[in-house]
Design a binder for this molecule. Structure first.
Ligand SMILES: Cc1cc2nc3c(=O)[nH]c(=O)nc-3n(C[C@H](O)[C@H](O)[C@H](O)COP(=O)(O)O)c2cc1C
Length: 316
């Protein structure tokens, strides 16, 4: 069974992947947040930096791209191959209107022929394995079927399905029945993504999705970094060990963002972004998060966060 970390823009960049891989573990592959071109066709250096081998040393990483034509696909494919990666993941799921309105991400799902043409052009020109990350639809949950039909003879390495439609954004729940139905109709073996937050809900899902052996987890892994290990081990880690590892993980991230972000308010904002999820790890999490949000100085944040990680009760 494969457990992968979902791409989460603003969270799972190279420093996060490094700190996670070194201190926590339990994840078989990490997908990068999407790489994209600017409106003027340029590529920001932050995207390149995120996939440079020296910034991902020893970590199984799959770069993800957000494109809507074969020229841009091939542009990224060359960079990704030149940096030694064997696979590229194409984002066909991003639901944000700024993206989808430009026929990118989920905005391409209603255009199966365009998806097919892009793949047919790209496949003979790259040695990279190609995987897709897709939603069930843009407006409706049956829009994925014409896409799968159009590409069914192409050598796609893997399709990861997040069974929500784009219009939902992240509301409601991931629809297991849609996933099962899509798997039944598809010649491809699907990987599952969506709303895995506890070992109990993972086990339940596993009994339903009997053909699936790759589960991708996003927000659930930010909130509980130990979820991957606990799923793999089949039991919870001792709280003391979790505290120790989480502390190291936190310190590594903090040190990094103190170094690269200028100004305490940027550093605080970055760490508080994680705490929106990490608060779910603690029984008293909402209160701790509220207290942390009142920090005006990074030293105050450091003192509070260290105390919380070392002393506050974890949820099991
Ligand atoms: C803040 C945020 C950023 C995201 N960024 C990306 C991204 O760059 N690429 C992508 O394919 N999905 C992105 N997603 C979607 C996640 O990868 C994932 O599909 C979604 O969160 C559902 O999985 P989960 O319930 O396990 O989190 C993002 C989601 C969130 C909440």
């Amino acid at each position: 069974m494969v457990i992968s970390m979902a791409p989460l823009q603003g969270f799972t960049d190279a420093p996060f992947r490094n700190a996670f891989h070194r201190n926590i573990g339990g994840i078989d592959k990490f997908y990068t947040p999407f790489l994209r071109l600017e409106n003027d066709g340029s590529l920001k250096s932050k995207y390149l930096k995120d996939i440079l081998p020296e910034n991902n040393s020893g970590i199984p990483v799959i770069p993800q791209i957000l494109i809507n034509n074969s020229k841009d696909f091939l542009f990224f494919a060359k960079i990704i191959a030149d940096n030694g990666y064997p696979e590229v993941n194409w984002n066909l799921g991003c639901p944000y209107p700024m993206v989808s309105k430009r026929k990118l991400g989920s905005g391409l799902i209603p255009y199966p022929e365009e998806i097919k043409q892009i793949l047919e052009t790209v496949i003979p020109q790259t040695h990279l394995k190609i995987s897709l990350k897709i939603r069930a639809g843009y407006q409706q949950a049956d829009e994925i079927f014409p896409v799968l039909e159009a590409i069914k003879t192409l050598p796609i390495h893997e399709i990861i399905l997040h069974p929500r439609i784009a219009r939902q954004m992240y509301k409601g729940t991931a629809n297991h029945e849609i996933f099962i139905h899509t798997q039944q109709q598809s010649v491809f073996k699907l990987a599952y993504n969506g709303d895995i937050t506890t070992t109990t809900n993972f086990k339940f899902l596993q009994t339903k999705l009997t053909e699936t052996n790759h589960f991708m987890i996003g927000r659930g892994l930010i909130a509980n970094p130990f979820l991957g290990i606990e799923i793999k081990n089949g039991f919870s880690m001792p709280e003391l060990e979790k505290r120790h590892l989480f502390y190291q993980f936190h310190q590594e991230l903090l040190l990094h963002y103190e170094k690269v972000l200028s100004g305490e308010s940027h550093q605080l904002n970055k760490m508080l972004g994680f705490w929106e999820y990490w608060s779910l790890l603690f029984s008293n999490g909402r209160k701790l998060y509220k207290t942390l949000k009142k920090s005006h100085k990074i030293n105050q944040y450091k003192r509070l966060s260290s105390g919380f990680i070392q002393n506050e009760a974890f949820i099991n």
